[in-house]
Ligand binder design. Structure first.
Ligand SMILES: [Fe+2]
Length: 336
């Protein structure tokens, strides 16, 4: 792991932040008042070096692939794990984890959710038996291969809903749980031959739109390049779970396979725990999650509970979506 991307708080800093966040009520809608309250808390209670790191991620031309914050405040008690996608205040002693992830999200961009990814602004990623074979945050039995979140949606006209980044934090830990893997595409490109990089930079690939977005009329993109922009500062569009990318030639398919190998080679594995928060830059860092068999608690609920928030640099591109809650959107039915 790149230690320059890891930022622990001191115990004193953790306690101060925890005391301030403990006084705020979580707003599942993600209302502006709530977000402004959290931004004020961040400015007052986060150490200057952390504020600088978060600001740099927005402004740098050579941003970090990911940021890992450690020794963060946690909820005093977690009693059980709720159903996936639900906000269940009785599951733990307060809403500190929600306010924590929203605080960091609000310092990098504009937090939001898409309703079918989670009905509230903070999404609960909890394995769900009925969806164990799904390629989503609720699956478990299948490995969720390396991907840029909603990569295809970078290329669908008027539907640029691929997030700038995503944040994950642990609420409850499954000792037999999966690792989340992160791979900086810029490092992987450095391992490739020039002819493969050439292939990846040409419009020789079509990416399928995630299942839940297909009602939008688009099913697959026009031919696009996996790598775009200047190579030192690439923007990446790729998904490595089964049947999501169509390569338009044999050399293009081979280049993509070698890119995948290189990503695995440079990747790091992270066992996301309470008190830890990771920001993944979705422009050039791919993420993956191992397959696993969820452990259950005494109430037969899964031990693994991770929370997630998406961030955009602004919400202008969301204007075509239906606003269900302040920061929760839903694609409109194109037939209407
Ligand atoms: Fe993902």
């Amino acid at each position: 792991m790149d230690k320059t991307c890891v930022y622990p708080l001191t115990d004193n800093e953790r306690n101060q932040l925890g005391a301030a966040l403990g006084k705020v009520n979580y707003d599942p809608q993600g209302g502006q008042n709530y977000i402004t309250d959290l931004r004020i808390i961040a400015d007052t209670h986060l150490p200057r070096r952390v504020i600088d790191v978060l600001a740099n991620q927005r402004t740098s031309l050579n941003p970090k692939p990911y940021l890992i914050f450690e020794n963060l405040p946690t909820d005093e008690a977690v009693f059980t794990t709720p159903e996936a996608h639900t906000f269940a205040p009785a599951a733990k002693s307060g809403t500190l984890s929600e306010s924590l992830i929203m605080t960091f999200a609000g310092m990098i961009g504009e937090p939001y959710s898409i309703q079918f990814e989670g009905a509230d602004v903070v999404n609960n990623l909890i394995p769900k038996a009925s969806e164990k074979r799904e390629y989503t945050g609720l699956g478990s039995e299948v490995e969720l291969g390396f991907h840029i979140e909603n990569a295809a949606l970078k290329h669908v006209e008027n539907a640029s809903f691929s997030p700038l980044g995503l944040l994950l934090t642990g609420v409850r830990h499954d000792p037999n749980g999966p690792l989340t893997r992160l791979a900086d595409a810029r490092q992987a490109i450095g391992l490739l031959e020039e002819h493969d990089v050439d292939c990846l930079s040409q419009p020789l690939y079509r990416i399928k739109v995630p299942h839940r977005w297909r009602d939008q009329g688009a099913y697959i993109t026009e031919p696009i390049a996996v790598l775009s922009g200047v190579l030192d500062f690439p923007e990446v569009s790729a998904v490595f779970y089964p049947d999501m990318v169509e390569a338009l030639s044999k050399p293009a398919a081979d280049a993509l396979a070698r890119f995948h190998d290189a990503l695995i080679q440079v990747s790091i594995g992270l066992d996301i725990k309470p008190g830890q928060l990771v920001y993944i830059d979705n422009r050039f860092t791919l993420h993956a999650r191992d397959s696993f068999a969820p452990s259950l608690d005494a109430m037969s609920n899964p031990l693994r509970w991770v929370q997630r928030v998406f961030v955009a640099s602004n919400l202008w591109s969301h204007r075509r979506l239906e606003r269900i809650k302040a920061r929760v959107f839903l694609p409109r039915d194109p037939a209407l």
